[in-house]
Design a protein around this ligand. Structure first.
Ligand code: NAD
Length: 499
């Protein structure tokens, strides 16, 4: 059985090897590898490597760090197909979608090539007699990233690229369900010229996560995963004085106004609801048509589009989506479908019982559509994270906006309309962090930043963009005075002012 090693100080490491987890191929339902579940010993080794390497890396002029990022970008591009196949084999998303996962991470690597500019501070001359003030951004030292299974390339790169480009050493703890791509990325970073110890990968589960949040040498933790874990990591890390950004789950609404281009809207909703088997934090598991006529037309067109959906193995180039990640996750989704029925929602299309010939043990689920879902239902309030679309009918735009605003999660939301005024009002009013207007999955580009509101994110800074650099750096401000021999000494006992 293949074992996926840790990557510490630029080398593979088996760790103490006592606890292991299975890594599945979700297409076949078989165990394809094992990953060690590390703890204090592996983390200490990674911290020691990071501590040894980080000062020299931070002292390097930023253009040299940028050159490593340029080389890293070129290597990821050169290995795109290999990385995508590896990603699909552990996650189950289809090959082209895996390439998209990698590309969205690559975009952040490209942005991080601007580190010489992004690390620049501010300068004010003459704030007082002979006094100038300047500020600089300095790296934090050793930082950590903890990532979920659903974007094994994009999210590790969201965190690692700004962290290391800014001069930190990063300890990355990827999901134990999809650990190979993060490891491969660290190997490529080394090949690009990144010094050993600057990007370490340690595998594990809750034990490793808690060791990271408790380790005094780790100054900041960037987390992405489900909300309860995000909140726990945020509470534990900040209680120990760490900087923590912790992104959580989602339940994104797509609001459809009567004037929307219905065919385009249906195509967008299909991709956002069922793409990647619904396992995206910016998926669209809830659709809110405004008005009965809109709802009826939408439902009819969705049912027809669902009939044309192709579910297949992740290497099937014709498939729209592949299996979900594990048997356990499949059972959880099926549980929520049963719950929706029990709660009185109308099950229009039932994806349970789907079987793919030749892959009967794979974790496949057909597309599911519910209508007449109401806000009181638990299946609406919870994140399902599968190929399940719930329709909640609204009578006015205001009611639709309130649904999204009052939901506990506030990651993304989308509005489909031709009415610019309505779109503007909705963008201003809705209590959600990322808003799409005729854009179903409004994941901001790498030079903006990513972050939800409410239970979708704990902490202050968004991921990537300038926000990412702010999270992984701290500001130092220098006030300097070069008084001439005749300068007024003033009263040293009073707080200096510019009055
Ligand atoms: P998860 O919360 O199970 O795992 C995330 C990370 O936390 C993993 O590295 C895992 O090993 C670790 N972990 C799991 N349980 C833990 C515990 N009890 N204590 C400490 N650490 C623990 O999430 P997942 O299932 O891998 O990913 C899917 C979730 O991530 C969904 O809720 C999805 O919405 C969310 N997500 C959010 C974003 C975002 O940016 N908001 C992006 C992607 C995914």
């Amino acid at each position: 059985m293949r074992t996926i090693p840790h990557f510490i100080a630029g080398a593979h490491s088996a760790g103490d090897g006592t606890a292991m987890a299975d890594v599945f191929d979700p297409n076949t339902g078989t165990v394809q590898a094992q990953v060690p579940l590390g703890g204090d010993a592996e983390l200490e080794a990674a911290v020691a490597a990071a501590r040894a390497a980080q000062p020299a890396w931070a002292a390097l002029n930023p253009q040299r760090r940028a050159r490593v990022m340029f080389a890293f970008k070129a290597l990821i591009e050169a290995h795109m197909d290999e990385l995508a196949a590896l990603l699909s084999s552990e996650h189950g998303k289809v090959f082209d979608d895996s390439k998209g996962d990698i590309q969205r991470g690559l975009d952040v690597v490209e942005f991080a090539c601007a580190t010489p500019h992004l690390m620049k501070g501010e300068y004010s001359s003459g704030v007082g007699p002979g006094i100038d003030v300047y500020s600089m951004r300095q790296p934090l030292g050793i930082v950590a990233g903890i990532t979920p299974f659903n974007f094994p390339a994009m999210i590790p790169l969201w965190m690692s690229a700004p962290a290391i480009a800014a001069g930190n050493a990063m300890i990355l703890k990827p999901s134990e369900r999809a650990p190979s791509v993060p490891l491969r990325l660290a190997e490529l970073a080394k090949e690009a010229g990144l010094p050993d110890g600057i990007l370490n990968v340690v595998h594990g589960d809750r034990v490793m996560v808690e060791a990271i949040t408790d380790h005094p040498a780790i100054k900041a933790v960037s987390f992405v995963g489900s909300s309860d874990v995000a909140q726990a990591v945020y509470a534990r890390g900040t209680a120990q004085g760490k900087r923590v950004q912790a992104m959580g789950g989602a339940k994104n609404h797509g609001i459809v106004l009567p004037d929307a281009d219905m065919d385009r809207t249906v195509s967008d909703i299909m991709g956002a609801a069922y793409g990647s088997a619904g396992e995206r934090c910016m998926a669209m598991p809830v659709v809110v048509p405004v008005g009965e006529a809109t709802a009826n037309t939408l439902r009819e067109k969705l049912v027809a589009a669902i009939a044309d959906l192709r579910v297949g193995i992740s290497s099937d180039r014709e498939a729209h989506y592949g299996p979900v990640v594990t048997a356990q996750h499949k059972a959880k989704i099926e549980h929520y479908i049963a719950m929706g029925v029990d709660e009185g929602a109308e099950l229009v299309v039932d994806g349970r019982g789907f079987s793919l010939q030749g892959y009967e043990e794979g974790y496949f689920l057909g597309p599911t559509l519910f209508d007449h879902v109401t806000p009181e239902m638990q299946s609406y309030r919870d994140e399902i994270f599968g190929p399940v679309l719930q329709m909640v009918r609204a009578t006015t735009l205001e009611e639709a906006i309130n649904l999204a605003s009052r939901h506990a999660y506030g990651n993304g939301v989308a509005l489909f309309t031709r009415d610019g005024g309505a779109a503007r009002d909705y963008a201003m009013q809705v209590e959600v962090g990322m808003v799409g207007i005729n854009v179903p999955i409004p994941v901001p580009v790498s030079y903006h930043s990513f972050g939800g509101w409410k239970r979708s994110a704990f902490g202050d800074h968004n991921q990537y963009g300038e926000e990412g650099f702010r999270f992984f750096t701290r500001v130092k401000t220098v006030t300097q005075r070069w008084p001439g021999p005749d300068a007024d000494k003033g009263n040293a006992f009073l707080i200096p002012t510019t009055a």
